[in-house]
Design a protein. Structure first.
Length: 135
């Protein structure tokens, strides 16, 4: 992880030097993923920054990635309701802009989160949609 952090810090500095907001969004998302297990609060801050940069760059892929990482960080900080709303936003973007495999991953993550929240019935249509898109 130390090596990953060092590489991400270097990429972050380079993205800022270049003024490349799309690249910065992806780097911030990567930084969030690196720390999500050990520092979920910090991961949430980084994911929020990634989302902001992706919006500013009008980059739907980076926005999708940032939202999914944000939802995962929210789950780890026991903010399940906010995570579910974030997954819903991510799914809307995935339906319009993601590959079938990425869309399936996002829908499955949202459904899994619904199951964890005790909302199995709400998860079933999402699992079905994810499976139908995998064909």
């Amino acid at each position: 992880r130390d090596r990953a952090r060092t590489l991400a810090e270097t990429a972050h500095a380079e993205a800022e030097r270049l003024g490349d907001r799309s690249l910065l969004a992806h780097v911030l998302d990567t930084e969030a993923q690196i720390v999500i297990d050990d520092e979920p609060g910090r991961a949430l801050e980084l994911a929020d920054a990634a989302v902001a940069e992706a919006k500013a760059a009008d980059n739907p892929k980076a926005l999708l990635d940032g939202l999914v990482t944000r939802a995962r960080a929210l789950e780890r900080t026991d903010r399940r309701d906010e995570a579910l709303v974030t997954y819903e936003r991510a799914a809307a973007i995935a339906r319009d802009h993601a590959s079938p495999a990425r869309r399936r991953d996002v829908l499955t993550a949202w459904a899994d989160s619904l199951v964890a929240a005790g909302r199995e019935k709400d998860a079933i249509p999402l699992y079905r949609e994810a499976l139908a898109g995998a064909r």
